[in-house]
Design a protein around this ligand. Structure first.
Ligand SMILES: *Cc1c(COP(=O)(O)O)cnc(C)c1O
Length: 431
């Protein structure tokens, strides 16, 4: 498989180069040259296959000869080594729970897959030692830290805004040690992102360190997200109509991977991009004009993205044809008030506890079903509610029990390096 830059000013590359460099030299995102079709046998036998085998089948065409099958099988098995249950929530709605991984975030799958690919390339000497540099508003950092922990040849530096991540998230970032360093920035998430961006453009730093990113721009983090949709179909009732799929969306990596799996032949129905007040994509689907805006803060803060980087991949998938896109994909905007109302209603009526991101997806699905009462749907539950106690606990009226993986972090020493928002401070550290 070859990958091309969506800006078309860079050479084609293989999976290894796309993974190691993250972004094309012309600044574009990489996109696969062809979209593989799932074989009829794979679709027929999907229910009987192990998660690792499903993962190998889906990822093999994208990885090509860059990683031999036996190594890829091991990487796949480690990436999906936890449960992905499809849980009934209410009549016509099930939740695919993606929060049973080591950091209770759906980003665990992509982070684990990418880290092991990078580790494989580094160990073979295919690349110099790599530094993964990433800014986080909370969830990405924890998943990346956990995914890359102990991977040889890879050092991880995470920038997070001091005092602006939840206690659980801070523990996930700052207590691991080994090859993971947390830089505690005296500023906002936007400051963290600006610092990372500056580091990537610094030629002096590039001579000293081989930097790469670990967000969903990277194909090795983006593509394995197709697996959630395969795991859904493994559990969807046999013979039932294809489910409508509501995906809480921020940078649009997850939903774009779902649309890719659909294009490969997975029997999924209509897609809904469920957004909070950050709504450049819903506005695009309404008007045909895409206008990025500064992000506004909401309760579903992992989706507070004003200029979603994967939107260009969605455009590419639909050949830049708005009518074609609208036929497969709708979008909706859910306010904070409606998010909390959904958490309360679903808890009171069904004793199912949604997190704010899942609640946005639930609301968008319910609004769609109000117009299409016959269709059953799924929401992707992207985070565990324990990560958002400020929103969820007032509804619940008590504290949420901490899952075992979070309890294990309690009492471990926090280690972080304070840095200012002055780039020279970060540079001094990295040099
Ligand atoms: C990252 C994240 C999202 C958004 O996913 P994208 O792929 O960026 O659209 C949604 N929910 C949670 C909990 C997240 O951490």
């Amino acid at each position: 498989m070859k990958y091309y830059s969506l800006r078309h000013q860079s050479p084609l590359v293989d999976f290894r180069t796309a993974t190691v460099t993250g972004q094309a030299p012309d600044g574009g995102l990489y996109f696969p040259e062809t979209i593989p079709k799932f074989l009829p046998g794979f679709r027929r036998e999907l229910r009987t296959l192990s998660k690792a085998t499903v993962a190998l089948n889906v990822m093999q065409p994208y990885v090509g000869s860059a990683i031999p099958a036996a190594d890829l099988h091991r990487i796949c098995a480690e990436a999906v080594d936890f449960e992905f249950p499809l849980v009934p929530v209410a009549a016509g709605v099930s939740a695919l729970e993606l929060f049973h991984g080591p950091t209770l975030a759906f980003k665990d799958v992509g982070a684990r897959f990418m880290s092991r690919c990078l580790g494989y390339f580094a160990q073979r000497g295919d690349t110099p030692p790599v530094t993964v540099l990433v800014a986080t508003s909370g969830d990405t950092g924890g998943a990346v830290a956990s995914g890359f922990l102990g991977v040889p040849g890879v050092e991880v530096v995470i920038l997070y805004p001091s005092g602006k991540v939840s206690p659980v998230q801070e523990q996930q970032l700052t207590t691991l040690g080994q090859n993971i360093t947390a830089l505690e920035v005296q500023g906002t998430f936007d400051d963290c992102q600006a610092l990372v961006k500056q580091a990537f453009q610094d030629p002096e730093l590039a001579k000293k360190r081989f930097l790469t990113s670990a967000n969903s721009i990277n194909v090795a983090r983006w593509l394995p997200q197709q697996l959630y949709y395969c795991f859904t179909m493994q559990q969807w009732p046999e013979g039932a109509a294809a489910p409508v799929v509501s995906v809480p969306s921020g940078n649009f990596g997850n939903i774009c991977a779902g649309l890719l799996a659909r294009a490969s032949g997975l029997a999924l129905g209509h897609f809904i991009a469920a957004c909070n007040a950050n709504e450049p994509v819903p506005a695009y689907l309404r008007t045909g004009t895409f206008t990025p805006r500064p992000a506004v803060p909401t309760f579903s803060n992992a989706m507070d993205v004003g200029n979603p980087s994967n939107f260009v991949r969605i455009l590419e998938l639909f050949d830049n044809d708005l009518a074609k896109m609208r036929a497969a994909l709708g979008a909706d905007t859910v306010s904070d008030a409606d998010t909390v109302a959904a958490i309360r209603q679903v808890w009171q009526a069904h004793r199912y506890l949604l997190d704010p991101h899942g609640a946005v997806a639930y609301t968008a699905l319910r609004r769609y079903q109000a117009q299409h009462p016959e269709v059953a749907g799924i929401i992707l539950a992207t985070a565990h509610p324990v990560k958002f106690p400020d929103v969820v606990e007032p509804v619940l009226g008590r504290a949420i029990e901490l899952p075992a993986v979070v309890q294990a972090l309690q009492g471990r020493a926090k280690r972080s390096v304070p840095v200012s928002i002055d780039y020279e401070d970060l540079k001094a550290y990295l040099m």
